[in-house]
Design a protein around this ligand. Structure first.
Ligand code: MG
Length: 497
């Protein structure tokens, strides 16, 4: 009998319940909490995360993990021990004082960032970036790394990934994407988008988003859709998955694709094995794999011609006046407009990756001492020009646009593009294995894809590390070729290249 293993899991389930409570309080903070609740909520979150940290680093947990490693375990049990050991090792290595310093510095930095952004004053924020980089460098030294400190930071979001390999994959897409964006600009083709600027009542937008999520197989008996300024998806368990979106009457596609994206995340959470709920075996692999699920639904499915064959009549029925002079083909072209823009979160599926590559290079450079924070505005603007051919008129819409660095979150950005690359490679495998996938999508049948994803990606939980999962599902290691082929095929036809 694996006695130590059982004790590990007992403690871990409590930790997992603490995380569920943290997730629920965090969800509430972004959705329904009255503004004056902020101060006490901050304290409550800190208390609970302190308790989780204490348990995962406790002598009892460390002893039980040591014992469990020499017990005879099933394959599933080994996954749990491997991953809980990884969480515990990382937590033990980072001194409590450093965790506190980081929390305090980033909470001050967020305020400085908000003001600096309002006043377009990057020099006011730059010293805080340097401070946070210095603290994260201490984290990296404490945790340890293979080649460069950035490895240890990336590892928090994309476990087992290496900076060097990520950089190599990113290098292989930069040239082709810059070139594709240029050829699209030179094509002279400009999709009609005027009809998307009309007035779309929020209630109807909600109806359309919910319909798409239901069609995807998102279970509203085991999940919700609410409103928050920054859309996200969180979960308290396989049967309690909360997603949010935001509505603007003149941006119907923002909420529509927002819901499809978050429902893609939501399906991953609803698709875990219920028997392993609250354990690594029943949890998602990495942020990159998570993002592959949202991006696949949003872009490869939701922005496909097949999808609009089915959804155009639904769209017309919900918005008869706005769509009276519009064709299915025009909607399809409009939702796939490619246009270099300043703001990452508004970017199309091609240029989005160039925004990420730019941030990845800067982050890596901050940790190899190639850059100091004071250089970032200039580096940012130069790279925007080189990658996208446009230059921000100010730092507000340039280097100050994202909240991530004020949180001290370095290593998070690359997971977005990794998600796009994983998504394209997974989707290619789905096309091989699901008969008539695109014909079925054109008939509004989205469940065959949901079921395939559930079987191949959601149910295994953390059984495979991200790189292994890609190999297991697709038969090959991660390659950018699938994403490049996907965008090349799709946009050659859209822009007559
Ligand atoms: Mg996402």
């Amino acid at each position: 009998m694996p006695k130590h293993y059982d004790r590990v899991m007992e403690i871990y389930r409590e930790i997992s319940d603490l995380y569920a409570a943290l997730a629920l309080m965090g969800w509430d903070q972004e959705t329904y909490m009255p503004p004056k609740g902020a101060a006490s909520r901050g304290r409550q979150l800190a208390t609970l995360s302190g308790m989780a940290h204490e348990r995962i680093t406790s002598d009892e947990m460390r002893g039980a993990l040591d014992g469990a490693r020499s017990e005879s375990l099933t394959a599933d049990e080994e996954v749990n021990v491997r991953e809980i050991s990884r969480f515990s090792d990382r937590a033990v290595k980072i001194p409590v004082g450093l965790v506190k310093d980081l929390a305090e510095t980033s909470s001050a930095a967020i305020g400085v960032w908000i003001k600096a952004r309002q006043e377009d004053d990057f020099p006011a924020f730059a010293p805080w970036v340097d401070k946070l980089v210095a603290l994260q460098r201490e984290v990296a030294e404490a945790v340890g790394y293979e080649d460069e400190p950035y490895d240890a930071l990336l590892d928090e979001y994309e476990p087992y990934a290496s900076t060097k390999e990520t950089a190599a994959v990113f290098d292989s897409i930069r040239g082709p994407l810059v070139d594709l964006v240029q050829r699209i600009a030179d094509s002279g083709v400009k999709p009609r988008t005027d009809f998307l600027e009309r007035n779309y009542p929020v209630d109807d937008q909600r109806r359309m988003g919910v319909m798409a999520a239901e069609r995807m197989g998102f279970d509203f008996e085991a999940g919700r859709l609410d409103i928050s300024p920054h859309p996200f998806c969180t979960h308290m368990g396989v049967n309690d998955v909360r997603m949010t979106t935001r509505y603007s009457e003149t941006l119907p596609m923002q909420s529509f694709y927002g819901v499809i994206h978050e429902a893609g995340h939501g399906l991953y959470e609803q698709g875990h094995d219920p028997e392993n709920e609250g354990t690594p075996r029943g949890a998602s692999v990495s942020l990159g794999i998570h993002e592959s699920q949202s991006r696949m639904w949003e872009n490869m499915v939701g922005r496909s011609r097949a999808f609009w064959q089915h959804f155009f009549p639904e769209f017309s029925a919900i918005f008869p006046e706005n769509s009276a002079d519009v064709s299915e083909e025009e909607v399809y072209a409009a939702v796939n407009e490619v246009k270099p823009s300043l703001i990452r979160v508004e970017a199309d599926e091609i240029t989005y990756n160039l925004h990420i590559l730019l941030r990845f290079e800067i982050e890596r450079g901050l940790f190899t001492d190639e850059y100091a924070a004071g250089d970032l505005s200039a580096v940012w603007n130069e790279n925007m020009k080189a990658f996208l051919g446009i230059e921000p008129p100010d730092d507000r819409d340039g280097v100050l646009q994202d909240i991530h660095w004020s949180h001290g979150s370095f290593g998070y950005f690359p997971t977005y593009t990794l998600g796009n690359l994983y998504a394209a490679q997974f989707y290619r495998a789905a096309e091989r294995e699901i008969p008539d996938l695109s014909e079925r999508i054109a008939r509004g049948e989205l469940l065959p894809l949901r079921d395939w994803l559930r079987d191949r990606i959601h149910r295994p939980g953390m059984t495979y590390r991200a790189g292994e999962l890609v190999q297991h599902v697709t038969g090959e290691v991660l390659s950018a070729d699938y994403f490049l082929a996907y965008v090349h095929d799709k946009y050659s036809s859209l822009y007559s290249l």
